[in-house]
Write a protein that binds this ligand. Structure first.
Ligand code: 0O2
Ligand code: 0O2
Length: 206
């Protein structure tokens, strides 16, 4: 039985490893050019089998159609600023080593919990000894502030199994609002820094 699951997960593991190298490579290219990187860091994981089975039961996905689950292979791309997120999405869409098949914007449409993030689903071709196999991969693109909130909320979710006491739920919603304000303030500071840089370079040209 164990071997069966190992075989099932193998292409997903390969996809996560390959995409981590590819997406981290994008950041290195910005560094080489000494320009602002819209990508701060990249992480990835394969969903553990017990979580895959829980989610399948929750969403009514039959075991012979598990490949329909979009986040068995999952990556996260963290950005400094909210404005970096559409740039990252555009770069992903222009690549020709995978296809973007779905997008979910939980930034303009924040979830009831307070969760914000931009999700894209890729169809990614993995080369196996039996030939090419296309699998679904979910990439969550978010700012550092969105990631901070989601990480804390996710671990509390484990503790309370999703049933937060009212007070904690309200605190999390306020924390989500504070993370939103932090992103707004940082964006404004960034604009001012950039304006100052433009003024400075104009002065130098004179
Ligand atoms: P936990 O406690 O279960 O969360 P490296 O090659 O060293 O850069 P490494 O060590 O394989 O990478 O891990 P990476 O890619 O830095 O980060 C893996 C961690 O990021 C996982 O933690 C996940 O929590 C988290 N993570 C990254 N991407 C996703 C995603 O798309 N979805 C989810 N749910 N989590 C993600 P661990 O190690 O599993 O520990
Ligand atoms: P993991 O590996 O524990 O992170 P559904 O699970 O039905 O809500 P669906 O339709 O498959 O979701 O896709 P969705 O909502 O676009 O993405 C689900 C993933 O987004 C979750 O994975 C989380 O990683 C993240 N996410 C969505 N809502 C929240 C939220 O309220 N708080 C936090 N912290 N993360 C959220 P899983 O399945 O939880 O797996």
């Amino acid at each position: 039985m164990l071997k069966h699951w190992d075989l099932f997960l193998a292409p997903y593991k390969q996809a996560v490893e390959e995409l981590k190298v590819k997406l981290k490579g994008m950041r290195s290219q910005y560094e080489l050019k000494s320009t602002h990187s819209p990508i701060e860091f990249v992480t990835g994981r394969v969903k553990p089998i017990p979580s895959v089975l829980d989610k399948a039961a929750r969403k009514g996905i039959p075991l012979d159609r598990l490949e329909e689950m979009q986040d068995i292979a999952g990556l996260r791309m963290m950005c400094q600023f909210v404005d970096d997120i559409p740039s990252v999405v555009e770069i992903l869409k222009e690549r020709n080593d995978f296809e973007v098949v779905e997008e979910r914007n939980y930034i303009t449409e924040k979830k009831e919990s307070g969760y914000r993030s931009y999700h894209v689903v890729l169809r990614y071709p993995v080369q196996t000894i039996e030939g090419e196999k296309k699998i679904l991969v979910e990439i969550q693109i978010r700012t550092l502030a969105m990631n901070f909130w989601a990480t804390i909320e996710h671990s509390l979710n484990y503790k309370y199994s999703g049933n937060f006491p009212k007070e904690i739920k309200e605190r999390l919603q306020r924390a989500s609002e504070a993370a939103f304000q932090l992103d707004e303030e940082m964006s404004k500071i960034r604009e001012e820094i950039q304006e100052a840089q433009v003024m400075f370079s104009r002065k130098k040209e004179k």
